[in-house]
Design a binder for this molecule. Structure first.
Ligand SMILES: [Zn+2]
Length: 237
């Protein structure tokens, strides 16, 4: 079952990849997937993972990457700040999503389940904790984003790579989605300050709660993709 889902997701991702990056091939040394469009005017490119200089030729419809050289003097920072701080948003954000999801569920179930009463008394605390987690994960992700850009400019010398382009776009998307969720949560329009719950009698509050939850869930997909693509630049796959 899980294998089927994974295959389906891989198939969809493959279609998107084709559309945005055209033909891809694997580095003959480290096997990381690279896009032909990232080769320069002379069909040359440097593998971001293993640092070989490739001449990417096309022979009778086949992509033939030929290893010419190795980039020996690549900056190797001792402090890997980006892989380190990347764990902050990835570690905290899911808990914020869980908090908001639990609050919305409690708001809907509250009137039907009187037994939830003692739990609901803690809702304002959960709402505040969720906001703190959200602000920390999105706020500190700016550090993750900045250190990633720094690494790209320094370690990869600002060369074009589809992985980096995707990561920049998705990082901006994550900041936007996170910003929307924080603004909605902090405004008190979704979760009332007094009860910590959604006012289910108000269509406006329900609509805004759906927007916040949507932004958070989309944020999860975005952050998972960012982590996955970042992982390919470290582990190859
Ligand atoms: Zn390589």
């Amino acid at each position: 079952m899980i294998g089927d889902v994974r295959r389906l997701v891989a198939k969809i991702a493959e279609k998107f990849k084709r559309r945005f990056y055209g033909r891809t091939f694997h580095c003959p040394v480290c096997h990381v997937e690279l896009a032909m469009v990232d080769a320069d005017g002379n069909r040359l490119m440097v593998c971001p993972l293993c640092g070989v200089v490739l001449d990417v030729e096309e022979v009778y419809g086949h992509v033939v990457p030929v290893v010419l050289e190795v980039e020996l003097y690549r900056p190797q920072p001792k402090m890997r700040i980006h892989p380190l701080v990347t764990h902050v948003p990835i570690g905290l954000f899911p808990f914020a999503v869980l908090g908001a999801g639990a609050l919305i569920l409690a708001s809907v179930l509250g009137p039907w389940a009187p037994g939830l009463g003692p739990w609901l008394a803690n809702a304002p605390l959960v709402a505040d904790a969720t906001l703190v987690l959200l602000a920390l994960s999105v706020g500190l992700s700016v550090l993750t984003f900045a250190s990633g850009l720094w690494d790209w400019r320094r370690r990869y010398r600002g060369r074009p790579y589809w992985q980096i382009r995707l990561k920049i776009v998705f990082s901006v998307l994550f900041l936007m989605l996170g910003g929307i969720a924080i603004a909605l949560h902090a405004s008190g329009a979704v979760f009332q300050a007094s009860t910590g719950l959604v006012d289910v009698a108000s269509p406006m509050a329900i609509g805004l709660a759906a927007v916040e939850l949507g932004a958070l869930l989309l944020g999860m997909v975005v952050i998972a993709t960012l982590g996955h693509v970042g992982g390919t630049l470290v582990f190859g796959r």
